[in-house]
Ligand binder design. Structure first.
Ligand code: BGC
Length: 760
């Protein structure tokens, strides 16, 4: 009896205590904040490290708790009604484990096109459609935040993660990133815009110092983040591993607070990249709210820093308040009942179709594509049999399948040369037996090329040859200089297949299954057609077959220049060309050029800005792309209109695009602006806007309207610490690539100036 009375009394006591303890709601965040202990606050700023991880060794996140294979979680504090939240990679789809202990269900996710392929669509609506499907998987698999998109500039073709990123141009990158975020977040889940910022090389990625001028920082490297934040308001931003101008990005208040929040109006949380540098005082006072994957040590560090007065309680509270604001937005907080059964079939169809929008047709001599009267195909290159759907590392997706070109072409009704298929099958079987000896970063890539014996016979029997060349890349390493060029095996394959087929009057198509730019100048004359589908997701074989057969038309345009030589890029002089070093963080080494530090000597002259300035010949210019029809541009009209704010002018560019060919197709209008001589050195031209038509039938036209705020024509003046649009006459040049300007017109613009902070 006595025991029962005690139990009842205790229950009454804890009910009363609970009644006084606020439970988190969207409208009582301050109340919850003031009910939190210092340790609870610290917990909320530190990821809940999974049992199988250790804080400093972890780079690619893999948790077991809640959603196995997700990258990281945040702590639950049940006393205050704070649920955990779950974050998972990105960017080519959701990365979680497909199998779970004691569970017969399979948790496959869709392998969507890589970032570079999405950017090649130049189509914000298409990107949004794709990422809306992607975000649905995030929601339906019980994840709160997708760790994507990757939005760093392709400074050099060799950066190992370019495939996850969009472009060498900030306006294209920023707008594609915004569309990506809007699509994912339309599902009521979050994104993480990453890696903020200057993560342009993988060599010594945890500690490399990007040494960059204020002007290049603002105009080239921060601009895509600025556009994405302003147009799409991601729930989270991920600070990068590296340093910029001597300090880790996650410790820079100027970057995380002054610029990101005060200037651009970012409302969400900043999370560190996984296992990077963390110093409680520096990071929290800079405005880095969450450290992932976390460690109990970091909780202690925060508590001690506050208790010793090194870290202010106010700074901690600012981050905790933002964390609570983030938590109340999540599906987990809303107690969303996810069923782990997204419509994978429907999403596969989205991927299959979107691939054509992002595939760039580089060459199509004599209308080789789409195939006409082709039945029998000789299928060459290991990549035809084992295509790469996406890159390695955290950007990889655990998908159910990848459709090969063999499967794709057969399903489309083509007959494949069985002798060639058998030779490749046998070759790849032997290759697999050697695979286990390779390092993790070598495992996914491609076998060295192999030349089937039956070439002459195959040329006789088949109507056409298709050769797939491929390149793999991934997180943690940069591509080697040799990876940019075709190696001897690739060259021999293209040369020998082409020789055999051309001899008997048959055509040769090369398919480039790559994640970034490669050398094309020395061999592009050999094949009749070159198709660049990138790594366009798990349906790659079907997508390519659709394009070859003319069921769909490639309509992508290059988001980067294809240079003649790697060394033509100014940045190549300051880029690790053959460094195998991944490196850790810390300051044990600080003086190895292009490893511990990299001088961005080329300043704003990245990509086409450099090639145009030097009038260098390129293999394929920025923005280039053919399709199965032709287009004419006319009726260019410029109109100065009032912007949202007084004194902010907007230029509306109208252009009429007409399909002048015999097939249906889509076209991209790209608006490049040349500035008048003014107060600073300006690039020859800069992309300031773009739009893509809908599918136009032969003879059909569409008028595209592209709005460009006059302040977007500004350059960053370091001395004035301001964005300045000089007054004068600007030339608006509209074309279908940066070196094919089809019409232009001039407009007088008045001066616009906006002062900002300037301290990187
Ligand atoms: C990558 C991030 C990724 C994180 C979590 C890191 O290695 O740099 O892009 O989101 O791992 O897996």
């Amino acid at each position: 009896m006595k025991k029962m009375i005690t139990t009842l009394a205790l229950a009454a006591f804890s009910a009363a205590a609970l009644a006084q303890t606020p439970q988190l709601r969207a409208d009582n965040i301050d109340e919850v904040l003031s009910a939190m202990t210092l340790r609870e606050k610290a917990m909320l700023l530190v990821g809940e490290l999974a049992a199988n991880q250790n804080a400093q060794g972890t780079q690619i996140g893999n948790t077991e708790r809640y959603i196995p294979g997700a990258a990281g979680n945040t702590y639950a504090i049940p006393r205050l009604g704070i649920p955990p939240t779950v974050m998972a990679d990105g960017p080519a789809g959701l990365r979680i484990y497909t199998k779970r202990n004691y569970d017969s269900h399979t948790y496959n996710c869709t392998g969507f096109p890589i970032g570079t392929c999405l950017a090649s669509t130049w189509d914000v609506d298409k990107v949004k459609e794709v990422t809306t499907a992607m975000g649905n998987e995030v929601l339906e698999y019980g994840v709160d935040v997708l760790l994507a998109p990757g939005n760093n500039i392709h400074r050099n073709p060799l950066c190992g993660r370019n495939f996850e990123y969009f472009s060498e141009d900030p306006v294209l990158s920023g707008n594609i990133a915004a569309a990506y975020i809007n699509g994912v977040q339309s599902n009521g889940v979050g994104t993480s815009l990453k890696h903020y910022a200057f993560n342009n090389q993988e060599t010594r990625r945890l500690g490399a110092d990007a040494r960059v001028s204020q002007r290049a920082a603002r105009e080239i490297y921060l601009k895509p983040f600025e556009i994405a934040v302003k147009k799409a308001q991601p729930w989270t931003v991920m600070s990068s591993y590296n340093k910029v101008n001597g300090e880790y990005t996650n410790s820079r208040r100027d970057l995380l607070t002054d610029i990101l929040r005060d200037e651009w109006g970012f409302q969400g949380i900043v999370v560190t990249d996984w296992g990077g540098f963390f110093d409680a005082t520096k990071c929290i006072s800079a405005g880095n709210d969450l450290v992932q994957p976390g460690s109990p040590d970091f909780i202690n560090q925060i508590v001690e820093a506050v208790e010793s007065g090194k870290l202010s309680q106010a700074d901690v509270d600012t981050c905790v308040r933002r964390m609570l604001e983030y938590v109340v937005k999540t599906p987990r907080f809303r107690q969303y009942k996810f069923a782990s059964r997204p419509d994978l079939k429907a999403h596969a169809q989205v991927v299959r179709e979107a691939a054509a929008d992002g595939t760039v047709l580089l060459k199509n001599e004599g209308g080789t594509l789409p195939f006409k009267g082709v039945k029998n195909v000789g299928l060459f290159g290991c990549g035809s049999y084992r295509p790469i759907a996406g890159g390695t590392g955290s950007g990889d997706v655990n998908k159910a399948y990848i459709v090969s070109l063999v499967e794709g072409l057969r399903c489309a009704g083509f007959h494949l040369d069985d002798n060639v298929v058998s030779e490749y099958t046998e070759y790849l079987k032997q290759y697999d037996e050697k695979m286990w000896k390779l390092e993790w970063w070598q495992r996914n890539p491609v076998a060295p090329e192999f030349i089937p014996k039956a070439l002459a016979e195959s040329a006789k029997q088949n109507d056409v040859a298709v050769i797939t060349l491929q390149r793999q890349s991934g997180e943690g390493r940069d591509r080697l200089a040799a990876d940019f060029d075709l190696d001897a095996d690739d060259r021999a394959l293209v040369a020998q297949v082409a020789e055999a087929f051309h001899k008997v009057g048959k055509k040769v198509v090369v398919v480039l299954n790559v994640g970034g730019a490669i050398e094309t100048a020395s061999w592009k004359d050999i094949p009749d057609a070159i198709l660049l589908p990138w790594q366009c997701g798990q349906e790659i074989g079907h997508s390519i077959a659709d394009m070859l057969a003319g069921k769909s038309a490639p309509s992508g345009h290059l988001p980067m220049t294809f240079p003649v030589k790697l060394t033509d890029h100014a940045s190549t002089a300051n880029f690790p060309l053959d460094s195998p070093d991944i490196g850790g963080w810390g300051d044990n080494h600080t003086d190895r050029k292009n490893i511990d530090y990299t001088e961005y000597e080329e300043g704003i002259y990245v990509g086409y800005r450099w090639f145009d300035k030097e009038a260098l010949e390129v293999s394929y210019p920025f923005g280039y792309g053919l399709t199965y029809t032709t287009f004419a541009f006319d009726g260019l009209k410029l109109e100065l209109q009032e912007g949202d704010k007084p004194a902010e002018d907007v230029v509306e560019v109208k252009i009429n695009v007409k399909n002048t060919g015999a097939a249906a197709g889509k076209q991209v209008a790209q608006v490049y602006v040349s500035a008048p001589k003014g107060s600073v050195d300006k690039p020859v031209q800069e992309l300031k806007g773009f739009a893509k038509t809908r599918l136009l039938q032969p003879g059909e036209s569409q008028t595209l309207a592209i709005r460009i705020p006059a302040k977007d024509l500004a350059s960053f003046h370091v001395k004035k610490s301001a964005w300045v649009t000089d007054a004068g006459t600007y030339t608006f040049r509209v074309g279908d690539n940066s070196r094919n300007i089809l019409c232009e017109s001039k407009l007088k613009i008045r001066k616009q100036q906006e002062k900002v902070s300037n301290s990187l």
